[in-house]
Structures are given as C-alpha cells and as structure tokens.
Design a protein around this ligand. Structure first.
Ligand code: RAM
Length: 913
C-alpha cells in the first residue's frame, strides 16, 4: 500500500513537473511506436531511452507500471514489473494480466542507473489495445450493388448513429479491400493516407484504429467512408491482362467502439444503415491518377439524417477469409511540402513547373478559376535533352490528374487515392500560373529520421540527400523498386540490397517487421520466396507457369534471411528473428532441395542485375558474373545467417545441423568456382566481392581475390557491379585494407559511378548508372527509373567509414558499437549522427590549421569501442579532463589509439605538425 502511495505521488509529480524539464527517461514506445492505438498483442513491448549529463551511465534496474488510468491507483494498476536487475531498456514484454480490447493503458517506468541511487521517473505514456478478436469482428463487410461495382469507381458510404452521453473514449476500427478514407461529421478521420496500406491481401489486411472521441457530437452523427481501388483492385496497366491484382469488389468493415464512463463498452454502428452514392472522385487509380469533378461534392456528406437523393442501400459482401491484423508500422502521412521553383515553357509550349526535387506524393494547388474549369496535371521525373516534358519512362502509368474546379474562392485541390513520382508538373487549363499556388506534398510512411551525414564534399552531400529522397519516395508502406512507372513493387532484391542503408537513415524497424510478415505469407509452401512482396499479378499471382520462374531467385529471395538478421543487428529485437525464423529455415531448405552435390542449381535468376555492360561488346568487356556462382554464394551466405539466427535464439540443434551443411556448401563453392590458382571462374568484380564478403575463400585465396579485385577495378578504371555486387563493393575493399581504392570509387564523377548522376543534376538515385548519358540522351526508355534506391546502398558504407559508425555483432542494437572514421585526406570535415535505440550517437571531425578535432557523443546505457587512427605523428589528447578520466580502457599503438568509452560527450584532438 505504502509503495503504491509512493508510486502515485511520484507519478503525479512526474506528470506535472516533468513537462518543462527534459525528462531523463524519454522516448517511451510500445511495440516500437509512440502511444499507438489499436495494438492486438497480448504481450506488447516497452522501450525507453535515458538521457544524462554524467559519463558512463548504465541502467542497473528498471520497474514498469501499467494502469488503466493516469493516476496508477491500486485499483487501476494492471502490472508492476517489480524492480528488475537489468540494463535492458528495449523491447521488454508486458507480463501483466490479460488486456481488455479497445482500452487505453497508461504506463511509466522508473530507472536506476550506476550513477545515482535514486530512481529516475519517465513521463506517463500510453497505448490503446485493438479489437483483439482476430477475425471475429461483429460488423459485416460493406460494398456497393453488383451493378455499381466497376473498376476505378469510387463509392461514398454514409451511416448515421447516435453516440450517447458520458463517453470515456471512442475508437473507430476500420479496414478495407481497396483503400479508404473515413470521415465523421464531415471531418477526415486521422491524418494517414492510402490506408489500410498494402499487405499480402490474400492472406492478411491490417486494420487501423483512431481515437475519434473529439469528433463526436451529442445526438446524431454521420460516419462516411470513401473507397477506391488502391492496390487491391488494381488493374495493372502493364500486362494487359483482364485481371485485377487481388479482387474485383471494394468493401470495408468498420466498428465504432464507445466506452462509457461506467466502463460499459458498446459497438455503435448498425450495419443495416449503410447507404452509398457517387461523389466528386469519379475515378482513381494508383498508377493512372485521379479524375474528380469538385462540383459533385455531396452537400449532405456531413449532415446526419439528410439523405443524398441518389443514395442507395449498401450491400453486405463476402466476409474476408484472411487475417485482420492490427497495424504494426507507421502509416503513410504528408511529410515535406515543397514550393514550385520555376515555371518553364518548353520548346513546344508546355507549361511545366519544376519543384527542384524528384519526390513522391501529389501536387496541391490553390485556385480561383471559374466553376467548370478543367485542369489537367501531368507528372514527370525529367525533361529530355531538348527540354521537353518526358514521360516515356513511365511506361503505361499515366500519373495524370484531371480536376473540374468548383469556382470557390481560394479553393485547394488535390487528389486523394493516388500518388505520383515526379519533379516536373505539366499544367493544362490554367492560363496564368502563379508559382505560389502550387505545392508538392511528399507522402511516405511516417518513420522517424535517424541518420544524417554531411561532409566537406558537396557532391557527396548531394549523394546522401539523393539516397534519403530515394528512400522517402519508395517507402510508402512497402519498400518499392520505384514509385513512378507501371511497376512500383516490393522487389525483394532491391529491399535487401538497400536495407542497411535504410536502417541508418530512418527507423525502419516496424516498416520491415510488417513487410517481412507479408514475405512469410507470400513464401510458397516449398519455401521459395517471390521476387515481389506483397506478391501480385505483376508476376502472375494466379499463373502457375510464371509463378515458378520468379520464385526462389538468388539475391532476391534471400531477403528472407538477410533482412531479419540485419534488423536484429540494428535494433536488437529477437522477436523479429523469432517471427521470421521458420521462413528463414524454409528458404534454406528450398535451396537444399534444389541442389545437386550441394550446389544450388535452380536456373532462372536475375543475377547481378544492371551490371556494367557494353552495347557493342566484341572484346567481352561487359562485367558478366555467372549466375550459378552468385546463387551458390548467396546460398552460403543465407545459410550462415540462419546459423547466426539459430544461435542467437538458442536453437542449438539447428545451429549444428546447418553448420554441417554450411561447411559442405562452402566446399562446393570452392570446388566449382575457384581455380587452382585462386581465380574465380567469373573474373568479375561482383564475383570477388561476393566471395570475399561472404567469407567463402581460404586465407591464401582471400589475398589473391583482393588483388584480382583491385586489378580489375584499375583495369576498367571504375566499378562494374550491378544490384547484387554494388552494396558490398566498398565494404570488401575497406575490410581488406583497400580504403584508398574504396574512396576513389566513391569520389569518381564520370560514368559509371555514384557521383556521375549527381553531376547530371540527379536529386534521387537512378536505376541505371547511365540513366542520362553524357550527351544528355536517355538509356533504354523502357527501363529507366530516376528513383530507384538500390545503388543508394553505398549509404551504409558512408556511415560506416566517413562517420565511422559500425555495428558490433556481439552487442546487437547498438548496445555496444564501434567508431572508426577514416580521416581521409579528401575530406576536411565530416559530421554524422545516428539515433539508436539508446539515443543519439554523434561523430564529427574537422581538420583545421594544424589540428584534427573529433567530437563523439555516446548515449546513456550504451558503450563504444573507438579506434582513432593517427594520420599524423603524435597522440590523440582529450580536451576535457573529466571525459579523459572516465575512459574505460585505452590502448596506444603506433598507427592508432583504442578507447572503450561509456556514455557522454568527448572531444579529442591530434596535431598535424
Ligand atoms: C525490375 C525492377 C527491380 C528489379 C527487377 C529484377 O523491373 O525495377 O528493380 O529488382 O526488375
């Protein structure tokens, strides 16, 4: 009792007095989200960060409290973890009594550190549970009449209800086959877009939960739902097939749960009350854009009881067989809003706005033009050599919006159920264009930015910007190859290639946790993983012949092992590994079943996609790498990652079993693909890079391979790698003592290189090394995306070596990490940050006059092994005695100094003379 009393006073104190001061325990998350609503997990996880001005701060104990109100009275307390001896502060499972559905829970944590005997108290945070019923929703699925069920038609549904009085909380739970937008009393519910997002629709759909208490009125209320095709009823523009991607009928399911002050819960919506009509959005499609007549807005949309004269009774449609899952990831939101930079009149007279940045989202514009004016907006990524608006590379995606204006003063127009990849906007129907009236709105999943990197080299800074914009544009609920042409798919190979870089730039934990679940669902029962996740008609969802070919392809299917393992390394959550473990096993077993003499022999692969090749290749200079070699290399690599995962999860038997297999696979690789003298049968950069990166060679052959790789690069004068080799190229050079060569590749400005597109004005990463050729013409219009993140995978190497931040595999999730910047002479200063699960890691160094200065910040409850090389004679010295005094370990060598540092801010310097 006394304890609870103390707790209450403590928490109240925390609540009222913690607001202005920076709380020392902060960033409280449940299942990796801030105060989420609609969590179905019965054992959600808790995470927090600690901030302290002391050095070497380590958490000693924690105590978590969960209650049904913010007072944490004895009656409302649901869980008290007790004082736990542990330095763990991430992904700690709830272990209290059974949680109730649609209920808000409050939680707080007390933390004791090695630096103070008194505990530190977090602010109070919360989460709200979901429906927690799996598929047992009380509501029906609602759709239109058969007659009105036509592709790209957008129905508007309404339902009137009385909410009642003495309401404690009100949550709307909703999802759809198609995409939806919900409204209550005329106001949009929530601020997410393209909901419910895209999952393996045949197997699962995520539902969303919204706190709608403040939207309800006394008495009558009206709930509105607009439905559009989205990814579900997508009629693929590219394949000419008469099939949609997943289904032919749009529908939604909605429950409004009200909890009254006396604790009684009621589901308010009556399914028999749904009516629908057609409104301003006449047709909408993700790829083709939207057609809307804003004069057709329903004036009764927000007014309960008033019936739209054209409305019809909605129909109950077939229930959904798959799983209705809670939302695990950040939903798509409006993020940056960009001004139009310039109005260009093209040689043929088109009016084109340049937003200065290739991005994904839509354009909104303000207009006072008369009622009935038709404005057409076309979107493109580039202008051609002649300065004309260029859309050929969009292939069959129209990405065109046609709006009929309503003549209202200062009306803002934008589409609703589509998104476009563009930098340039061609406008028809507006004579006088005012730049200020047009804004480009970037839409993408609402993940936090975690990383930044700036250097003294402007081209590198632009490359970093381009990588981050590529990530924004291709992280709309699913990691896609590109966001503009008739493709926009979750290509597994691209995703695995870019994953580590993505993890530096943004907190992609939930985004990929969600996608990996879809990967497991879309994995074939024999273990083969598809080329795209979520899988759909693009690769012939229903066409078994095509299906065969695109499953199990090397470097793509391996996303099943590569991403979970690396997610574990970045975030330290074993639950990701655990959830994906069976899928990993199945993928390895598939390869084993398709092996002969321990060689993975499946034939169809994309291989080192888009490697350097010559059109006129008489002397064989194209850098072809045997697909068989690549397949075996990835077979080995994936098996190794499975062994590591089994070990981390404590599955000793599996670890042993697959270790035995692994030895045979590596042996087979060497017998088949390595000559007696250590050359690989494909004497290409990618071949050496994969063999070295995956550690497949004998000690002696490592030397030979490194030498051959460097010679090969020097011989060409540039990189020749494609999607599979590029992510590892510079890593392999650095890991084998060839930093200078890595930097040289990075800084090269001619084709092919990372900086060549930058010199050509790129603002995102291109699909091809030469999307725009030196003479300004385009490479292969049929496959030439200017927003394709795969080659942006160099980002990881830049964080690892320019900032110098590396993961320590023995301490996943940055509990202990490495800092080892290159201090390369081509840079005068570099500054990088990464917000880990423990807080912000910062490294910045500069060379000024006769001194190199480095600042390092290490967050509380984590540690870093710091290796500072000595590019100049002399020793690194600390600027602050207290910092120096708190160094945990130190070792001076002639060429470098090693420190083990606990949390805190450190500054060191080294004299250059
Ligand atoms: C292309 C995609 C993608 C690649 C596949 C093999 O069409 O754009 O980037 O992974 O093919």
């Amino acid at each position: 009792m006394k304890r609870i009393f103390l707790l209450i006073t403590f928490l109240i104190f925390g609540l009222y007095h913690g607001i202005s001061q920076k709380s020392i325990v902060y960033d409280l998350q449940v299942d990796g989200l801030y105060s989420p609503i609609g969590i179905d997990s019965e054992t959600p996880t808790f995470s927090w960060k600690i901030d302290s001005e002391e050095y070497d701060v380590i958490q000693k104990h924690y105590q978590i409290f969960v209650a049904t109100d913010a007072v944490f009275s004895e009656k409302s307390l649901v869980w008290d973890s007790g004082k736990v001896n542990s330095s763990e502060s991430v992904y700690i499972n709830f272990q209290g009594q059974t949680l109730e559905y649609a209920t808000k829970y409050y939680w707080a944590v007390k933390v004791w550190t090695n630096k103070s005997s008194k505990p530190k108290q977090s602010k109070i945070s919360s989460w709200t549970t979901g429906l927690m019923v799996g598929n047992q929703w009380k509501s029906e699925w609602i759709g239109v009449n058969n007659k009105d069920n036509r592709v790209s038609k957008t129905p508007y549904f309404t339902n009137d209800f009385v909410a009642g009085v003495k309401i404690k909380s009100a949550n709307l739970f909703i999802t759809s086959r198609g995409i939806y937008e919900a409204h209550i009393n005329g106001k949009r519910v929530g601020n997410s877009y393209l909901t419910p997002g895209w999952t393996s629709y045949n197997n699962r759909i995520q539902y969303q939960a919204y706190d709608v208490q403040n939207m309800l009125c006394l008495g009558d209320n009206r709930l509105g739902v607009i439905l559009s095709d989205g990814w579900f009823r997508n009629f693929r523009p590219n394949n000419g097939k008469s099939k949609t991607d997943y289904g032919d009928e749009l529908s939604f399911i909605a429950e409004l749960v009200i909890t009254f002050e006396d604790g009684v819960k009621k589901t308010i919506i009556n399914d028999n009350n749904w009516n629908y009509h057609f409104g301003s959005i006449q047709s909408s499609s993700i790829y083709n854009g939207e057609i809307a007549d804003f004069n057709l807005n329903d004036p009764n949309w927000s007014k309960s009881k008033n019936k739209n004269p054209n409305s019809k009774k909605a129909r109950f449609v077939k229930r959904y067989d798959g799983k209705l899952d809670h939302t695990r990831n950040e939903m798509i939101k409006k993020r940056e809003v960009l001004d139009a930079k310039e109005l260009i009149i093209t040689p043929s007279g088109d009016k084109v706005l340049d937003f200065g940045q290739n991005l994904v989202g839509w354009v909104q514009f303000k207009s006072n033009l008369p009622k009935g004016t038709v404005v057409t907006l076309y979107h493109a990524e580039v202008l051609d050599k002649a300065g004309e608006f260029y859309t050929t590379n969009l292939r069959k995606a129209k990405q065109k919006n046609i709006f009929t204006l309503n003549g209202k003063t200062d009306q803002i127009y934008h589409p609703t159920f589509t998104f476009q990849g563009f930098r340039y906007l061609k406008v028809e129907g507006v004579d006088q264009i005012n730049l200020d009236d047009f804004k480009a709105v970037a839409l993408y999943s609402d993940m936090e930015f975690t990383g930044s990197l700036t250097t003294s080299n402007e081209l590198i800074n632009q490359l970093q910007e381009n990588i981050q914009w590529g990530q924004r544009g291709n992280f709309l609920d699913v990691p896609t190859d590109c966001p503009q042409r008739d493709e926009r798919l979750g290509w597994t190979g691209d995703a695995q290639a870019f994953f580590n870089t993505a993890g530096f730039n943004m907190d992609v934990k939930n985004f990929f946790d969600k996608w990996l679940i879809d990967l497991s669902y879309d994995q074939r029962s024999d273990g083969a993983v598809p080329g795209v996740v979520p899988h759909n008609n693009y690769l012939g969802l229903n066409d078994s012949k095509e299906l065969k070919g695109t499953f199990g392809r090397t470097g793509w299917a391996d996303a099943a092992t590569i991403i979970p393992w690396h997610s574990y390394l970045i975030y330290g959550d074993k639950q990701t590994l655990e959830r994906q473990y069976q899928s990993m096993v199945k993928w390895i077993d598939f390869m084993t079943q398709n092996s002969k003499n321990h060689l993975y022999i499946k034939e169809d692969h994309w291989g080192d996609w888009l490697f350097f090749s010559r059109d006129d290749d008489n002397s064989g200079r194209s850098a072809v790498t045997s697909k068989k070699l690549i397949a075996q290399a990835f077979y080995c690599y994936s098996t190794k990652l499975l062994i590591k995962s089994a070990t981390a999860l404590g599955y000793v038997e599996d670890a042993n079993k697959y270790s035995k297999l692994y030895a045979k696979l590596v042996n087979a690789f060497n017998n088949e693909f390595v000559t007696k003298n250590g050359m690989l049968v494909s004497d290409s950069q990618t071949a050496y890079v994969l063999a070295l990166k995956f550690n497949l060679l004998s000690k002696e052959n490592i030397k030979i391979a490194t030498e051959r790789l460097v010679n090969n690069i020097n011989d060409y004068g540039h990189l020749t790698t494609g999607f599979l080799g590029t992510p590892f190229l510079c890593h392999v050079l650095s890991d084998n003592g060839k930093n200078k060569e890595a930097i040289k590749l990075l800084l090269r400005e001619e084709y092919p290189s990372w900086l060549y597109p930058v010199t050509k004005g790129a603002t995102t990463i291109w699909e091809r090394w030469n999307g725009i050729k030196p003479d300004g013409s385009f490479q292969y219009p049929s496959m030439n995306s200017f927003n394709h993140y795969a080659y942006g995978a160099i980002g990881e190497w830049m964080y690892n070596n320019l900032m110098g931040l590396k993961i320590n595999q023995d301490f996943p999730g940055y509990k202990r990490f490495t800092i080892q910047p290159l201090f390369d002479e081509n840079f005068d200063n570099i500054s990088g940050t990464y917000n880990s699960n423990y807080g912000n890691i910062k490294v910045n160094w500069s060379r000024k006059n006769d001194t190199v200065l480095i600042n390092i910040s290490i967050p509380a409850n984590s540690q870093s092994d710091v290796f500072l090389s000595k590019p100049y004679k002399g020793n690194w010295t600390f600027n602050n005695m207290k910092a120096e005094g708190s160094v945990l370990e130190k070792k001076d060598d002639t060429d470098k100094t090693y420190f083990l540092l606990g949390s805190g801010d450190y500054q060191l310097r080294l004299k250059t003379k």
